[in-house]
Design a binder for this molecule. Structure first.
Ligand code: UT7
Length: 330
């Protein structure tokens, strides 16, 4: 059995900053409401038509460089996204072309907010068995073009932003390692946060009537999602602690999926961790779904909040419902 580690990280966000005040011009909302309920100040939206693969490419190039490998060393490309450019094939196919890596296997995974940790777990298994040495794992979202930016969609559309984060997962020859991953799901709650159309069981998959009804937009039962999130996040962190015989005092930093600052604060409180140990950058990017954890790792590293040898826990919860954690020795 081999060990795997996160060998390199890269990020890319659109330059276009959308503040809460910009949203006030589009819908009946206010900077105050958004800040108080979510902690979000601003997010990034694409301006030109940019597909998920295009947004991901600069993040991938940075991650490969940061890992000290050549892109030709990549054995597998895994993309986590809920906003692929097309229904079929997945974003990883388009990204493989942009990376000029013909022949390298491509895999899209669809587990929304938990996508990066699910991808990390998949990569970890391939590295452990020795099948692959270097895997490029991407979390990317182009959400802005798919949001209902009218007052009707305000509960959800003020939360989300565009962005990409990439990681190279490689065989480890030192103490740095992915120590554990734990994945969970409960499809009974699938419709609490979902995009109904296009639907796969009718012809045509999308109709004028469905568009009129707004079925192409994400819908969320926000309160219900919130209630589950503040239970599942601490629970899945504790699962990681137990698996590694750690107490909460052994943890240097928790990097949670960035869904809502109130959720991040609830995680800290329920785990009895000081807030400084639960990383947050939601104020500047909003919720970037699959991209949020690699974007947070990237920023935390740049801010000196993750150092070599640190015990790091990644945790996610979201649509599906899916939730997951990973314990990482940096
Ligand atoms: O990443 C996936 C996981 N997602 C999450 O974890 C999100 C979880 N849910 C949440 O974060 C919160 O439920 C929200 C931030 C989405 C909403 O916060 P809330 O405290 O649950 O607010 P609410 O939905 O109960 O709405 C309160 C009021 C309502 O008005 P009334 O009925 O009290 O008159 C809403 O219509 O706020 C209104 N409202 C807004 N007002 C201004 C809803 N959205 C907005 C808005 N601006 N954007």
């Amino acid at each position: 059995m081999y060990k795997s580690k996160i060998a390199g990280i890269g990020a890319n966000v659109p330059e276009n900053v959308i503040t809460n005040f910009d949203l006030e011009k589009l819908m009946d909302t206010s900077n105050e409401w958004i800040l108080e309920r979510t902690g979000i100040h601003e997010r990034r939206f694409i301006t030109q038509p940019t597909g998920a693969a295009e947004l991901a490419l600069p993040a991938c190039i940075k991650a490969v460089k940061n890992a000290g490998i050549n892109k030709s060393d990549i054995d597998l490309i895994i993309v986590a996204t809920l906003t692929p450019e097309h229904q079929c094939p997945g974003t990883s196919s388009f990204l493989q072309v942009l990376l000029e890596l013909p022949g390298v296997p491509t895999l899209d995974i669809r587990v929304q907010c938990s996508g990066f940790i699910y991808g990390l777990s998949i990569a970890d298994q391939f590295i452990k068995t020795g099948q692959y040495k270097n895997i490029l794992l991407i979390g990317v979202e182009v959400q802005s073009v798919g949001l209902d930016l009218s007052t009707e969609g305000r509960d959800l559309s003020v939360l989300f932003g565009d962005g990409a984060g990439a990681a190279v997962i490689s065989r480890s020859y030192n103490d740095s390692a992915i120590l554990s991953t734990h994945l969970f799901g409960d499809g009974r709650y699938a419709k609490d946060l979902w995009v109904e159309a296009p639907v796969g069981y009718q012809n045509p998959r999308i109709s004028a009537k469905m568009l009129e009804e707004g079925k192409q937009y994400p819908k969320m039962n926000g309160k219900h999602v919130f209630k589950h999130a503040i239970v599942r996040f601490p629970e899945v962190v504790r699962t990681a602690l137990k698996a590694n015989n750690w107490t909460i005092d052994d943890v240097d930093i928790v990097i949670p999926h960035q869904a809502n600052q109130r959720i991040i604060e609830a995680i800290a409180k329920r785990l009895e961790l000081p807030l400084e140990k639960v990383y947050s950058n939601i104020h500047k990017y909003g919720n970037t779904t699959a991209a949020s954890i690699p974007l947070a790792i990237y920023d935390a590293l740049n801010e000196g909040k993750i150092k070599n040898g640190d015990n790091v826990i990644l945790a996610a919860f979201g649509s599906g419902f899916t939730w997951a954690s990973a314990a990482v020795r940096w």
